[in-house]
Design a protein around this ligand. Structure first.
Ligand code: AMP
Ligand code: TRP
Length: 343
């Protein structure tokens, strides 16, 4: 990083988001939510349900609001506490879309052309995708920077989008000669939970959009379903090895060991040492028990929150007001910096 004389020295703030485009799964929990909960005691945290990102692909208008409540219930059930953190839907705070437009005029086409997630999602059909899907990472930068977010807890798949956010922040600061205005947000990508893979194929990440439901553990799955999915998970005829290097070329094994480590809070090496020499007839039932023990209470709590949608709506409305109060003055400053007319 170049060392300008003045750099952002404002307060630290954690910002992250999840799309309301389907049920959350174990990858979302271990890659994102679990870390969000750990951060909220010592930091100022803003957690957003990014519905504007969700509509970059078709969303049924009859379902979108309920999907948003569903994600809010998952946040709350995982332990995100509205007394400590701000929780709100992105579309209720206008600063996101406004700043995204200004950033559209800062970001370069070449930068967006390099985004691998767009290429993965669009495949051969890029000409038929929405302009929003292509522009998605610019809106993400606006999300974070409308709050001057300094730290962004996400899974590994968001690394490139975070680099783009930093590039946009740095170019804005540089173009308008305000070197201390935006922080360069840092990704917090932590531990074995940062990249959870499909239970059916260790080379694909666990994803909401995988057509096979057996590929993922949903936050809404019952104990029986969780146990069945883990029993059916792809593994091999070998045993749990002694060292991490020995899992090279065995992606499914590495994934199951990684899930165990992330859920139990141990290192992967500790898990290997505990189970070395055991086959999957032993390891899978242990993993199923651990997963049910950790996820069962979250599933139950989620059901309770979903039975009280008015309570969720109250939390989201209060969160949106609090978010608006932070983001609006920041975007007003951006307008001044860019020199727009005002009275
Ligand atoms: P999304 O569901 O794409 O909105 O992702 C929400 C959050 O979960 C982001 O921080 C992602 O990086 C994270 N995430 C999604 N899938 C996984 C996965 N398979 N492993 C770890 N983190 C994930
Ligand atoms: N793109 C992120 C994902 O799919 C979601 C997201 C949108 C986000 N805006 C964000 C994450 C801001 C962190 C910060 O997972």
């Amino acid at each position: 990083m170049s060392h300008t004389a003045v750099e952002y020295s404002g307060p630290e703030r954690v910002f992250s988001g999840v799309q309301p485009s389907g049920d959350l799964h174990l990858g979302n929990y271990l890659g994102a939510l679990k870390n969000w909960v750990e951060l909220q005691d010592a930091h100022d945290c803003v957690y957003c349900i990014v519905d504007l990102h969700a509509v970059t692909v078709w969303q049924d208008p009859k379902k979108l609001a309920d999907q948003t409540r569903n994600i809010a219930a998952a946040f709350l059930a995982s332990g995100v506490d509205p007394a400590k953190s701000i929780i709100y839907p992105q579309s209720r705070v206008k600063a996101h879309t406004e700043l995204a437009w200004y950033f559209n005029c800062v970001a370069r086409v070449g930068w967006l052309n390099r985004m691998t997630q767009f290429k993965d999602k669009a495949g051969k059909n890029s000409e038929k995708m929405s302009v929003g899907l292509y522009d998605y990472p610019v809106l993400q930068a606006a999300d974070i920077l409308a709050f001057k977010g300094t730290h962004v807890p996400v899974g590994e798949d968001q690394k490139q989008h975070l680099e783009l956010s930093r590039d946009i922040a740095a170019k804005f600061n540089n173009d308008f000669d305000v070197p201390a205005f935006f922080p360069l947000p840092e990704p917090l990508i932590q531990g074995p939970g940062a990249r959870i893979m499909s239970l059916r194929d260790g080379s694909n990440k666990m994803s909401k959009s995988d057509p096979s439901d057996n590929s993922r553990i949903n936050l809404t799955d019952s104990a029986d379903v969780i146990a069945k999915k883990i029993r059916k998970a792809k593994s091999d005829a070998g045993v749990i090895p002694e060292s991490i290097e020995e899992m090279d070329g065995r992606p499914e094994v590495a994934n199951l060991v990684g899930i165990y480590a992330a859920l139990s809070g141990q290192s992967q090496q500790d898990v290997l040492s505990e189970y070395v020499g055991q086959g999957f007839g032993v390891f899978k039932p242990a993993l199923a028990d651990l997963t049910v023990a950790k996820m069962g209470p979250i599933t139950e709590l989620m059901k309770r929150y979903l039975a009280a949608p008015d309570e969720i709506d109250r939390i989201l409305a209060a969160g949106a007001d609090a978010a608006d109060q932070i983001a609006t003055p920041i975007v007003d400053d951006v307008r001044d910096i860019m020199g727009f007319w005002k009275v």
